[in-house]
Every structure is written in C-alpha cells, then in structure tokens.
Design a protein around this ligand. Sequence first.
Ligand code: PGA
Length: 252
Amino acid sequence: MSKKIIAGNWKQNGNLKQSIKLARDIFASVKKNKYKHEIIIFPPSLYLLETQKVNRENIIKIGSQNVSAYNDGAYTGEISSSMLKDLSVKYCLVGHSERRHIIKESDKVCSSKAQRLYEKNIKIIYCIGEKLSEYKCKKTKSVIKKQIQYIFKNIGDQINSKPNNIIFAYEPVWAIGSGLVPTSKELLSTFDFIRKTVDSAGKKNKSIKLLYGGSVSPDNALSLLKTKYIDGLLIGGASLDAKKFIAICSTI
Ligand code: PGA
C-alpha cells in the first residue's frame, strides 16, 4: 500500500497555548505509534513558528493554510511563499472552499498562489469541489473538471516538471462541517473521474495523489481510505481534537 496522507486543517481556531498543546499531543502520539503515512498539520499562520518549534524532530509536516498570490512587496497583511519557505513550511493549502467562497478567491488567484509555491518548492494541496446547488443539479463533474483544467492550463509546465509537488483534495462544499459525506457510489464515480481528468492532463500525472475532505471522522475514515483512488484525507473539525485526529491516523 502506498503511503497515505492524513492532513489536519485547523482553520481560524484556538489560541497560542491551545495550538502548542494540540501540536504536542499529536507529535507525541505520532512519535510513539510510528505511523507509516504522511501526517501534516495546518495551524493558523501566526502559530506556524511555535508549532515548528514543537516539531523539532520533524516527526510530522507543517503546512500553511494560505499564501499570497504575489512575490514580496506592498501587499499589506499577506504572507509570501518565501516567508513560508523561511519557516521550513513543507505544504500549503490552495483553493479551499472557504477561501473560494467566503474570501472570493477565483481560479486565477488560486493558480497564481500555486505558481508562487512551485517557485519555492513548497508542496500544494489544491482543493476542488462543487457547491450544494451544483451537486443538486448534477454538475459535480463539470465543476471539478473546470477547476482541474484551469490549473493545468495555467501552470501545466510546472506541474509536469514536478508532478509530486501538487496533490488534489476533493472537498464537496456541502460536506464541509456538515456531517454529510457523499455515498460510496458517488465517491467511486467522482474519484474515478478526477483520476482520469488529472491523468489525461500530463504524462507524469499518475503519481499525483488525490485526497478526500469533508466531515471526515474516526467513524468513516477507514471506509474513505479504502475507496479506490483516495490517497488520503483532509480533515477540518476532527483535527482540532488530538484524540480524534490520532484515531483517524490509527485507522490504517
Ligand atoms: P471538516 O472540514 O472536516 O470540518 O468537514 C474539512 C475541510 O474544510 O477541509
């Protein structure tokens, strides 16, 4: 079995003390249990440095939830890919539905962000997924096809040169934080479609990993991880609870 990815997106939650405690609890358990999979946490940006300090032994990977679409310059409040590199950040989320739909980030902005990360050799978890209204109108595949094709059209050359620097995370918007998860039949069909769409966009793309995200819990993690073409999980709510996150890591 190839290495699975278990990623925890803490979003805008917790304070410094809680973040350090959560990181410590996760590190301790990961160190003890020696999981074979790749475990990544995405703390709030302000706490990246402190969580890195806890992770001195590099037991897990630390990722950023966001990056600026621009190189260093007059972009008040933004954090550049070179600043993330400075903190030894290994991964960054791009295109999360909360950024696409609340912050109104377009495919164009998302692809600029991915480009900045490629330039600094920081791996990208590129989120795609349909909204509830699109799901109801059976537009899931057309929405994700458009999202995938856009990124390949814009940074296809970089992806072709380093296909393993990008991972696609399918997160149906209606499944995030709702307790709802697509049926196994829907997941099989959607992941089969994503796999084919990604693979057909470049000769070396077969090694690009695909994750599922949206209401992942210790109860559904195993069946999700056993689904064909799902190489790992992107977890929101359950990643804020060390016991639940570790329980998910322990399922495989
Ligand atoms: P959730 O969030 O696990 O709380 O549904 C997933 C995500 O937003 O990545």
